[in-house]
Ligand binder design. Sequence first.
Ligand code: DAH
Length: 336
Amino acid sequence: MADQDWQAYLEAIDQADLTELEALRVEVLGRRGKLTEALRALSQLPPEARRESGQMLNRTKAAIEERLMSRRQTLAESALVQRLAEERVDLTLPGEPIALGHPHPLAMIQERLVSIFVAMGFQVALGPEVEDDWHNFEALNFPKDHPARDMQDSFTLASGGWLLRTHTSPVQIRAMRASAPGPLRIIAPGRVYRRDDDATHASAFHQIEGLVVDHGVSMAHLKATLATFVRELFGSKVAIRFRPSYFPFTEPSAELDVGCLFCGQKGCVLCSETGWLEVLGAGLVHPNVLLAGGYDPEAVTGFAFGLGIERLTMLYYQIPDVRILLQGDLQFLEQF
Ligand code: DAH
């Protein structure tokens, strides 16, 4: 093969893409390649011609190998340049914002309520959610078969005598038994359970219990404490009234209402046209409860109160259905 034919290969290599390059290499340098065959044919030549042709072919082989290598390099580099251009990252672009959460409205209200009482000198006390009948009912002056038990339809656990607490009041008993005969001023926030499920009652909800036991604690202390609490929460102008009520663990018992926040006490659906919203239950601790707590009812008196956090949250934010508070729906939660 003449010099210019090898020259044509060199030029073809310079134009080839990766696949063509491999085809050319095989065609020239492969086991049956043109140059390989030509080198093999040298042995048939007379010595003089063999040397001359041999040198020429070896130079050509080196040249082709070198061109193949440099073309491969060029192709690899341009592929890299192209990839870099395609995958270029602009570090000056603003980042994806990270969505920050915030506390749930129930948690915010609970925090608010707790901090109002803590500012008045109350300590936070906690109790178990799985209770026994004695702490949940008996010690709170609900004897077995007492009709007041019907107000708190409970979830009982299969294993002997345990139930999910129906209110935070059993923490009163636990706190008293831990402090008697000393003075006591606690609030107990926590989750409670009842067999209820409708627009205003969930089967799991939250309460805050309050309890003060000391020498000479009276209804006046109770009223002043709760009035301070309500005004801290809803503002100093809100109307308040105490209404006689019944709870087994207090005597006398009362319920606290606030003037309807929605209609300015003119009467609306939210206050059932009464102008008043019921906020909490309270009273002076029944002597039997003081006894169960380890105190001498002749020596000390106490007041107690209990409120529902869901109910207060619904009033505070004007939420019509308690179930929305439990669904974890972001469209709802992001409004707070
Ligand atoms: N435990 C009552 C309930 O769940 C609420 C309550 C009422 C608590 C009066 C009290 C109280 O401490 O004095 O319905």
